[in-house]
Design a protein around this ligand. Sequence first.
Ligand SMILES: Nc1ncnc2c1ncn2[C@@H]1O[C@H](COP(=O)(O)OP(=O)(O)OP(=O)(O)O)[C@@H](O)[C@H]1O
Ligand SMILES: [Mg+2]
Length: 207
Amino acid sequence: MASKIYQCVEQIGNAIIENKDFLTDLDREIGDADHGVNMARGFTEVLAVLPQEEADLGVVLKKVGMTLLSKVGGASGPLYGTAYMKAAVPLAGKTSLTVADGKAVFEAVIGGIQMRGKATRGEKTMLDALIPAQEAYVAAADAGADAATCLEKACEAAREGVEYTKTIAATKGRASYLGERSIGHQDPGATSATITLESIRDFVKGM
Ligand SMILES: Nc1ncnc2c1ncn2[C@@H]1O[C@H](COP(=O)(O)OP(=O)(O)OP(=O)(O)O)[C@@H](O)[C@H]1O
Ligand SMILES: [Mg+2]
């Protein structure tokens, strides 16, 4: 039987693949119309190569990261690849996750994306979804909430972050070439990051 982590990655991959055209259309507005295509190609390969029975979270997430690094082009390939590889580090040898592990994963993922991309909050990138999501997750976790509630709060904050990206100009990545003209459009990477978090939330709720 497929491991829980395989099933979770499968849920993320299916959601990304379902949203391929939507993500590409968003990237058409402020980029080069490839974000959905890039991400869907990456996750199609991930679902093809991932060992279904492997339960070690670190092993699986490292494989996801390496596959995305090699298959997804553009800016988001190295960024998402790094994010999954970094997520693998605090989870090495584990087959299940606690709320506290989730905090460590957020920290590793955001640290990795910032190390690679040198972006910060407010530059109209995936970080505008992920950093507020992390804050909401940590606040809920510190208040003693369960995993599903922490993830629900994280998703709400990520959605607000996506809305916020409509109000600001891009200063990183291809969209920065548009400057002020990028205002009014939601960021594709923030959107795919939110879709990822929502898939994880739905998976955890269904467990
Ligand atoms: N430095 C960065 N840090 C974090 N996220 C970034 C950065 N640069 C771009 N992004 C994210 O990547 C998304 C675009 O991904 P996409 O797959 O379309 O790559 P791309 O911009 O087309 O890459 P390239 O310009 O190399 O072709 C943006 O919407 C943004 O969220
Ligand atoms: Mg693009």
